[in-house]
Design a protein. Structure first.
Length: 122
């Protein structure tokens, strides 16, 4: 039993050492790559990037607001002589209320399907 315990500890130590060696080497490679990338980024000139983005966003916002304002203005200047506009403005519900209240004109018609009545379900 003692031999098995020693073997288990030996295997555990081997795996642990291999894993730690691999992870430390990987971290070292990643750190070197990150340092190279940071040095390259530091060499670039990004002084006017924020200013450029602010100008582009401002121009886009101005165009959107201009479109919105022109749409609202055109809706306000709607022609009052327009037939569709007059139809909406008039109280068309009142116009047809009197027709609904006339009960003599209301009729109910029931149609019977003779072919469906005689058939039974399969």
């Amino acid at each position: 039993m003692a031999e098995m315990r020693n073997f288990t500890q030996a295997v555990e130590d081997i795996f642990k050492e291999t894993f730690l060696t691999y992870m430390n080497g990987w971290r070292k490679n990643m750190t070197e790559a990150a340092d190279k990338l940071q040095a390259k980024v530091d060499a670039e000139n990004f002084d006017y990037v924020i200013l450029y983005l602010m100008v582009m966003i401002g121009m886009f916002s101005f165009i959107i607001v201009a479109i919105l304002v022109s749409t609202v203005k055109s809706k306000r200047r709607e022609h009052s002589k327009d037939p569709y506009h007059q139809y909406i403005v008039e109280d068309w519900g009142e116009k047809y209320k009197s027709q609904v209240l006339n009960r003599d004109d209301l009729k109910c018609v029931i149609h019977e399907n003779m072919g469906a009545r005689d058939k039974t379900s399969p």
